[in-house]
Design a protein around this ligand. Structure first.
Ligand code: BG6
Length: 459
């Protein structure tokens, strides 16, 4: 059978008692059951000495806190699929029990929703128990901490699984709005003649979150903003804006297009980066005293190719900002001559993609104000405005992994090339600039800004 396309006949979730499973994975499994896309046994694995009844209780709680209007029959269907194996990942006996639970299954999907430090132990345990063969492995970010550790992690996973069997999740790629970046770009011919240095002045990607680190101090203080959301989620959004048309819809062709672009993004230097830390971060539980970890970054990337030479790509991301919105603005150059209004500040056309919350695509234009004078005002043409709750990223990605659709997962060469861009500025010893919670970041951002300034999204 073609390794890339077989349908999995069981799902094993390592770390099923954890936070991610409660918030994202269990509700996604319920949604998959509702759509009839999950019909195979689901085995939860974790250290806790739980019974199947306790796992079912946890699943009910997870679904209840996520969805309103839970359907009893769907819940029963999910419960009927669940079983639980408790054990230490370092013990062979855990994998022997798992092998028994998987008896008769030929193509399980192993989902590692556990700290990366355990990936190697689990991959080896699966192999030693003889259940890695014919299976697929799904892993959660972070894929390493830098290029070297990412390469080492990739090598470890590939001792037990082939690259085509490893599905690396970046949940951003499962978002409807992020998929639309790719679709909107390559399904509309009107954009292509404009989509280059000839007409585009700059690109701004802003991920603003109006909350802090939500009790994840220990985790967050070991990663910081660059590693948490920029190197993965926001870089992926940038790639979809910047790539050349993929040769086909085939997953490998899309990845090849991304890899091609990644090779042309200049590694970041300190001069192209501002780091901030919100006031009070140091008092968060789990944060080391005197921590120099950033909770905000603003950075400027350059792409050395014919399409993008000279167009700055700005990324700004931070916690404790005034709104919870992720938005991308692709700003066109002004008309070369101001035939009407004398160079108004808002005279640029733009395309605005809202990624969170909901999905919006707007095209910024100018129109004449009613009246005698030839004076204009900005308007926005709405191409897409969709606030309905669609398929969650986890539902889409787990569904794809079960079905063997690798298009939304990250390949090892892309992982390493992404780190190569950020490696020079990881773990800088200097203290980040402080900023007030609820503000748009440190003062330094006033001078480190895209041409025309930052465009702050509104809620
Ligand atoms: C996660 C980060 O990967 O992405 C979080 O660890 C961040 O810090 C989250 O808040 C943002 O994703 P979303 O889908 O909630 O916008």
């Amino acid at each position: 059978m073609d390794k890339a396309t077989f349908r999995c006949d069981a799902l094993v979730v390592f770390g099923v008692t954890g936070d991610l499973a409660h918030k994202m994975i269990l509700p996604a499994l319920y949604a998959l059951c509702q759509d009839g896309r999950l019909t195979v046994p689901v085995v939860g694995v974790a250290l806790e000495d739980w019974t199947k009844a306790q796992l079912i209780e946890r699943a009910r709680d997870a679904v209840d806190s996520h969805d309103t209007g839970v359907h009893a029959t769907t819940m029963q269907r999910l419960e009927g699929l669940l079983s639980y194996v408790s054990g230490d990942y370092a013990q062979d006996s855990t994998f022997t029990k798992l092998a028994t639970a998987l008896k008769g299954c030929k193509h399980p999907l192993f989902y590692l929703a556990i700290p990366p430090s355990m990936f190697e132990t689990v991959a080896q345990g699966l192999e030693a128990a003889g259940i890695a063969k014919g299976a697929r492995l799904m892993v959660e970010k972070p894929f390493g901490r830098d290029m070297k550790s990412a390469a080492a992690l990739g090598a470890v996973l590939r001792t037990s699984f082939a690259e085509s069997e490893i599905y690396r999740i970046d949940h951003y790629l499962g978002k409807e709005a992020v998929q639309n970046l790719l679709y909107f770009r390559f399904a509309n011919s009107f954009l292509e003649p404009l989509w280059s240095r000839d007409h585009i002045e700059s690109v701004q990607i802003t991920m603003a979150e109006d909350f802090g680190i939500k009790g994840r101090g220990r985790f967050y203080d070991s990663v910081g903003c660059l590693r948490d959301v920029v190197e993965n989620h926001l870089l992926n959004a940038l790639l979809l804006l910047g790539i050349e048309p993929p040769a086909s819809q085939a997953p490998q062709d899309l990845t090849d297009a991304k890899v091609h672009l990644l090779k042309m993004i200049r590694p970041l230097t300190k001069a192209n980066l501002v780091r901030g830390q919100f006031d009070g971060y140091q008092n968060e539980p789990g944060v080391k005293p005197g921590s120099t970890v950033e909770t905000l970054v603003a950075l400027r990337l350059h792409i050395d190719n014919w399409r993008w030479e000279g167009v700055p790509f700005y990324i700004r991301a931070g916690k404790e900002l005034p709104v919870h919105v992720t938005e991308i603005v692709v700003k066109f150059r002004k008309p070369p001559v101001a035939t009407f209004d004398a160079t108004p500040k808002d005279g640029h056309n733009y395309v605005r993609f809202r990624v969170t919350p909901g999905l919006e695509i707007g095209i910024g234009a100018r129109r004449k104000q009613p009246g005698e004078a030839m004076v204009g005002e900005p308007v926005e043409l709405t191409a897409v405005e969709d606030t309905s709750t669609d398929m969650s990223p986890y539902e889409r990605l787990i569904g794809d992994a079960l079905a063997g659709r690798p298009g939304l997962f990250t390949r090892q060469d892309a992982v390493e090339l992404a780190w190569k861009i950020f490696d020079p500025v990881l773990d800088l010893p200097d203290a980040p600039e402080p900023y007030k919670t609820g503000s748009w970041g440190p003062k330094a951002l006033d001078t480190f800004a895209p041409p025309g300034g930052w465009i702050n999204p509104t809620a």
